[in-house]
Structure formats: structure tokens, C-alpha cells
Design a binder for this molecule. Structure first.
Ligand SMILES: [Zn+2]
Length: 139
């Protein structure tokens, strides 16, 4: 039985690592309310508990940190290449630019650090064909 979507598609679409059908988050990544950033406690399709153990998502903080550093380096190098000279006069432009980068990417980092943790850094979690299908029949 083929999976409904590939693992990469499941990561991009923030789908459950076991059934690849249920959403990990309640809403959209960028919205005016914070309700979209709430992680579902259980997969709405196969009932997998996303927080595998107490404090499980603390690890995603380190992934988020690494993503932040990578984004800040990328933006700094890109602005240098695009003409923002590396002088003391431009220091606050760089600081402002990096602050803006962190602000803009924070919902992305929050979400994808958890998705990466669930999909790639949790060895006992993998795609199980047909998981949750029996639950859907009972509904
Ligand atoms: Zn699921």
C-alpha cells in the first residue's frame, strides 16, 4: 500500500509522521491570532500523541535555534553581497535586519522545528500504512 503522500510532502504540509493524513497544527502558519500555532495533542486522523513524553518538544528549541542561526547568517551574507557595506555606520541596519529576520521567521521556525523533530529525529516514529483508517470507519 502506497503512502498517501511522500515523507517530504508530509514534512512540508506538517502532517502526522505515522498516517501522513492528520494535521500536526490547528491552523495556518501565518495568521493574526496565535491559535493557528497550537500543536494538536493527538493526531486528528490516527490518534497518535505528538508529545511523545513530557518535555519532548524542548528538543525542538535547539533545532529552532540552529534554523535561526542559519537564517541570520544567510540574510547577513545576502545583504553584504547586495551592497550593504560591513562598516560601523551600517551596524544598526544589520541589527534591524536580523531582528526583522528573526521576527518574520519565528512562526516558520516554531512549526518546522517540531515537524523535523517528529519526522526525522524520532526513530520510533515512522509511516504505518493504514493507521487511523479503522478510526475513520467508526466515525
Ligand atoms: Zn496520524
Amino acid at each position: 500500500m502506497n503512502p498517501p503522500i511522500s515523507k517530504l510532502q508530509a514534512v512540508i504540509q506538517c502532517k502526522c509522521p505515522r498516517c501522513r493524513k492528520g494535521d500536526i497544527f490547528t491552523g495556518k502558519m501565518y495568521s493574526l491570532s496565535f491559535k493557528g500555532q497550537i500543536t494538536n495533542e493527538y493526531c486528528p486522523y490516527c490518534d497518535l500523541r505528538f508529545e511523545r513524553e513530557p518535555g519532548f518538544f524542548y528538543v525542538s528549541m535547539f533545532i529552532s535555534y540552529a534554523m535561526n542561526v542559519a537564517e541570520m547568517i544567510t540574510v547577513s551574507v545576502a545583504s553584504y553581497i547586495l551592497g550593504l557595506a560591513l562598516t560601523y555606520d551600517n551596524l544598526w541596519y544589520y541589527v534591524g535586519l536580523l531582528f526583522l529576520t528573526v521576527l518574520i521567521f519565528s512562526p516558520f521556525n516554531y512549526r518546522y522545528s517540531r515537524v523535523m523533530l517528529l519526522h526525522w529525529l524520532t526513530p520510533d516514529l515512522g509511516y504505518v500504512p493504514g493507521s487511523g483508517d479503522d478510526m475513520q470507519l467508526n466515525k
